[in-house]
Ligand binder design. Structure first.
Ligand code: FDA
Length: 402
């Protein structure tokens, strides 16, 4: 005989544990199922081991989705302050790093222990590691066939996350379940990921690996409601294969293959104007002049890559050439050849189409009792604690509604 539960939550990650704890503490009989050997690996490795567990400024404007307003309801009913109150109740020391990003002072393990304790407070049953072989709808709920026997539940919450970092257990189960029940899935793709620039065009920049600086970066197209433009001022990092750092991770979520990203390496300086105005007063060489503002290795590398001799004297340069140089620094348009893919992506864009779900409860409109939460859903946050906030908020929404 299958063991009977009110709720089976598949995936004991950030969203799944929050949902299970919330439903359990409301008196529901909850089972939490995960195929991994170790609990919540993604929380463990997050934020460089200190878990950037929320962002105090999180709001719908910080998320990408085909349906940008969908996340509003869940985010407003479980806010960053609500999660912070939980963290404080568990006496976890924390700090704000910058731009509203909150981290543990000590270790992300503390967040895992906190969520586990919250599940215990809700008498949540565990099946872990446990593999799911089949998933069926019955007259009054669902039956999951697993390697630990059959589990029957009136409601099932799918919290299996996205496809990023397959080596720690990411699978496409969430999308497969959605398709099994005829729910649309927005094509998944890697997000918050380094961009690559293969080929001879990148060769002059490869030696710049290791250089970091604050830049403006933008990409995208369209106007009004359908605009998919991203703009960030963040740090850029040159790598051997391309570009990384927060600026690139952020813009990668907006980038479409085949299109350029636009970099401004000196956002506070109109380079062409300053160079032209200084021609008569400054006797400097171009390389020396630019290295007042840019790392010297970058200044030299950029000049060579753009066909300028670093020892050319400013006074000898025609204005048109200086405008060209200014553009190369203030408006550097480059087309990435690709990204580092799911192996390095922090998140997966796309997922279960939100038009299939209730924004209050996260339940599938066509399949009563079936819920999708967390990264499996087509809601993806910026870098900086926004993705965990979505996991907590969507998990809380489903856990409160069931
Ligand atoms: P999550 O991935 O957390 O959990 C899914 C669970 O489902 C896993 O436990 C998995 O084992 C299980 N599962 C998958 N397939 C299954 C199957 N077939 N059967 C059973 N179980 C299955 N975000 C942030 O806000 N701040 C941060 O600091 C970071 N840092 C960060 C670093 C790195 C390296 C990565 C890769 C990601 C981040 N993130 C982040 C993103 C954040 O980790 C992510 O958005 C959330 O963990 C998503 O929560 P979910 O619960 O939806 O999925």
């Amino acid at each position: 005989m299958a063991k009977q539960f009110d709720v089976a939550v598949i995936g004991a990650g950030a969203a799944g544990m929050m949902c299970a704890a919330t439903a359990g503490q409301r008196g529901k009989r909850v089972v939490l199922i995960d195929h991994a050997e170790r609990l919540a690996e993604k929380i463990r490795i997050s934020g460089g081991g200190r878990c950037n567990f929320t962002n105090i400024n999180a709001g719908p404007q910080n998320y990408l989705s085909e349906n940008p307003h969908f996340c509003r309801s869940a985010l407003s009913r479980y806010t960053p302050q609500d999660f912070l109150a939980l963290v404080k109740r568990h006496r976890i020391a924390w700090h704000e790093k910058h731009r509203g990003q909150l981290f543990c002072d000590d270790s992300s393990e503390q967040i895992i222990r906190m969520l586990k304790a919250e599940c215990d407070a809700g008498n949540v049953s565990w099946r872990m590691p446990c593999k799911i072989a089949a998933f069926e709808k019955t007259a009054d709920g669902f039956v999951l066939k697993t390697d630990q026997g059959e589990i029957a539940a009136r409601n099932v919450v799918v919290a299996t996350g996205g496809l990023s970092i397959p080596k720690i257990g990411a699978t496409d189960l969430g999308y497969r379940v959605a398709k099994q029940f005829d729910l649309k899935v927005v094509e998944p793709r890697p997000g918050l990921v380094p961009l690559t620039f293969d080929g001879p065009g990148w060769a002059p920049f490869a030696p710049l690996a290791g250089i970091a600086l604050e830049v403006d970066v933008e990409t995208g197209s369209g106007k009004g409601r359908n605009a998919k433009r991203g703009y960030f001022r963040e740090d850029l990092l040159f790598t051997h294969r391309g570009l990384s750092g927060p600026a690139i991770l952020q813009i990668s979520s907006y980038w479409q293959p085949g299109t350029p990203i636009l970099l401004n390496l000196l956002p506070e300086i109109d380079v062409a104007q300053v160079l032209i105005e200084s021609k008569t007063t400054l006797k400097k060489q171009l390389g020396n002049l630019l290295s007042q503002w840019l790392p010297a290795r970058l200044a030299e590398g950029l000049l060579l890559a753009k066909g300028f001799a670093p020892d050319a004297r400013l006074a000898d340069m025609p204005d048109a050439k200086l405008r060209q140089l200014g553009d190369a620094i203030n408006r550097w348009a480059i087309v990435p050849t690709g990204s580092e893919g799911y192996r390095k992506a922090e998140v997966t864009l796309g997922g279960v189409d939100t038009r299939e779900l209730s924004q209050q409860s996260m339940m599938a409109n066509k399949v009563p009792g079936l819920y999708f939460i967390g990264e499996t859903v087509d809601v993806t946050g910026w870098l900086g604690g926004y993705n965990f906030q979505w996991a907590w908020a969507s998990g809380f929404a489903a856990g409160s509604a069931i």
